[in-house]
Design a protein around this ligand. Structure first.
Ligand code: FE2
Length: 197
């Protein structure tokens, strides 16, 4: 049995925070960060269907999508050695590691479009980092482990699977349009009740 009550609490509190904060991104991220820290502090709630790796591709399962597309929360499941391309988001995002560990490498964009990598940052389980166009939006994330699955919970300021954004060639900085979609084909907004609800 998974403790979905904790996840539903996160969804309710995040909805309230987004509703109350239309313009001040810094205030919103400061409000949401401790909620996500609490959510990833215990690995007891994510249903197995949303924690399943794929042998070749990292998976991104939509866990909840705001009906007004103001925010979404996604589980990213990284098989051994899997990683994203260099990409942006165009909206704010929070990444909290639930299981294992990840390596996040941020990139600074020069005026000609060239990218300069910042030192890679290892994100351990229980830790949350932020991205956004105002604080740095271009990065890549990799599973820190070559022999096991890692999972992180990502919260975004929009319906991230439907947003037109970019992947980048790390060497040249060349950008290509990109819409990520989701790995799951059903929308799990109606979570089953559990005994702790
Ligand atoms: Fe990202």
């Amino acid at each position: 049995m998974t403790n979905l009550a904790r996840f539903r609490h996160f969804v309710a509190e995040t909805s309230r925070a987004v509703e109350a904060s239309h313009v001040d991104e810094a205030h919103l991220l400061a409000t949401l960060t401790p909620l996500l820290v609490d959510l990833v502090a215990l690995d007891d709630w994510l249903p197995a269907a949303y924690a399943a790796p794929h042998p070749h591709f990292y998976q991104q399962y939509l866990l909840y999508g705001d009906p007004l597309d103001r925010w979404s929360v996604v589980s990213f499941v990284w098989g051994p050695g899997q990683q994203t391309p260099v990409h942006d988001h165009t909206v704010w995002g929070l990444v909290g590691v639930l299981r294992g560990a990840e390596i996040s490498t941020g990139f600074a964009q020069a005026s000609g479009g060239r990218l300069t990598a910042r030192p890679p940052e290892r994100i351990e389980a229980g830790t949350v980092v932020a991205v956004s166009p105002t604080i740095g939006d271009v990065h890549m994330i990799a599973n820190a482990h070559a022999d096991r699955t890692s999972i992180s919970i990502h919260v975004y300021g929009g319906n991230i699977g439907r947003i037109r954004r970019h992947v980048f060639d790390a060497a040249t900085g060349a950008a290509k349009p990109f819409i990520s979609g989701y790995s799951n084909s059903t929308i799990p907004n109606l979570w089953p009740a559990d005994e702790a609800a």
